[in-house]
Design a protein around this ligand. Structure first.
Ligand code: ZN
Length: 409
């Protein structure tokens, strides 16, 4: 029987579980050790450690202290792993807990984290999504349901000391260009809410003061939020420390490309069944700086899409040079305006783009001055026909249900 190396008790705080951590640091002690070829199960909290509740208020999304995230399970040591190797991780299976069959999607307040469309949607919002086996739907977003594509939003190996210093230096340099910006340009180390796993005493305090926050993706992978890292995927991670130190968390039942709502995807606690192998010296052998992966042979089939284009001209008509972020934002805003014609509120449409198996594509980055990005919405996830036709859109939803809103106090 496959061993569960890390267990979580959702009724208790992740701060009381020493197999959990919420900062990246090379001194974090391994909480378990495996051999190449081993398979094992890791349980995870949701990324907020249970802060967001299954209720009818978005006050928790508005008020959360974002310095507590992400609660990760690990690090797992792998015998024989050395800097320069590749750690090969098979995601053999991954799922939600049977007794916790729900997840949440949220949009943070502009004053507390924001989201991709924070200028247009500055209020905190939340929707709860219920799971029925592999499917999900939300009482706050009627008219849509879809199959989950469960994946860890965040997975990677511990950084070396020098890599950690590189991260902290370059991110502080960015912050220094506009230190009072809201939301901030990056998140520097922050000791008061650091959870350093099994580190104790002075070593713990020193690591908490410099441990990298878990928010951005970096060279080791980390918070990449790639929806296709799902059951059956195989990932090749760069190794920077002896033992590799694999950690993961931030499980998503489903997510649209870009995780645009930021409290994004459908967030949930759960478990992952993993297997590890090593490729000695693999980083140099294959010229690998960032992780690479093979996707799953199995995924939900949605072949028909409505595809929205966006170009690098912003909401105010401002011209940007080949800016893919501006172009993708326009594609998202265009899709939301379209979905509103069928009776979805803006908050519901935003939530659909963050949670459903929506694809984002960079379509052109050479045709100066405009980049072109596209957003692909599967048409089969809706209870009604969303294609355009000669008779114009029929309003299918009454508008008496909405995502939960929490205006700023
Ligand atoms: Zn997430």
């Amino acid at each position: 029987m496959t061993e569960t190396l890390i267990k979580v008790d959702l009724a208790t705080s992740p701060y009381d579980n020493d197999q959990i951590h919420n900062r990246w640091h090379p001194d974090l002690p391994m909480v378990a050790t495996v051999k190449p070829g081993d398979d094992f199960i890791i349980e995870c909290y949701d990324w907020t450690g249970g802060f967001i509740k299954n209720d009818e208020s978005a006050a928790d999304v508005r008020d959360i202290d974002l310095s507590i995230v992400h609660f990760l399970s690990g690090p797992i040591g792998v015998e024989g792993a050395e800097p320069g190797d590749l750690l090969v991780v098979d995601i053999l299976d991954i799922g939600a807990f049977k007794n916790n069959a729900w997840g949440f999607n949220g949009v943070f307040s502009q004053k507390n984290g924001g989201g991709f469309l924070t200028e247009q949607y500055p209020e905190a919002m939340k929707s709860i999504w219920d799971f029925q086996g592999m499917f999900t739907k939300s009482r706050h977003v009627p008219g849509v349901s879809f199959a989950g594509l469960i994946h860890p939003g965040l997975i990677g190996c511990l950084p070396s000391k020098s890599l950690l210093e590189t991260w902290n230096t370059r991110e502080q340099g960015l912050i220094d260009t506009n230190p009072t910006r809201v939301p901030g340009l990056a998140n520097p180390p922050f000791a008061p809410t650091a959870h350093m796993g099994r580190l104790k005493g002075d070593a713990r305090d020193a690591a908490a003061a410099t441990g990298a926050r878990t928010v951005p993706p970096r060279e080791h992978g980390g918070n990449c939020d790639i929806k296709d890292l799902s059951r059956g995927a195989k990932v090749y991670f760069p190794v920077y420390v002896d033992g590799a130190g694999l950690s993961l968390g931030d499980l998503h039942f489903s997510q649209g490309d870009g995780e645009i709502t930021f409290c994004g995807a459908i967030e949930m606690p759960g478990w992952a069944h993993l297997k590890v192998e090593l490729i000695k010296g693999g980083m140099a052998k294959y010229g690998i700086k960032n992780p690479i992966f093979k996707p799953s042979p199995i995924k939900p089939v949605y072949n028909d899409h409505l595809i929205f284009e966006g170009i690098s001209v912003d909401e105010n008509g401002g011209q940007h040079y080949l800016d893919v972020t501006v172009a993708y934002r326009q594609a998202c805003l265009n899709a939301i305006e379209y979905l509103k014609k069928f009776g979805f509120t803006g908050g519901q449409a935003y939530s659909i783009l963050g949670t459903a198996p929506v694809q984002g594509h960079i379509s052109g980055v050479v045709d100066v001055p405009n980049a072109c990005a596209t957003l692909w919405i599967p048409t089969e996830i809706f209870d009604f026909d969303i294609r355009p036709g000669a008779d114009g859109p029929t309003r299918y939803l009454s508008g008496d249900v909405d995502v939960l809103h929490a205006p700023d106090l």
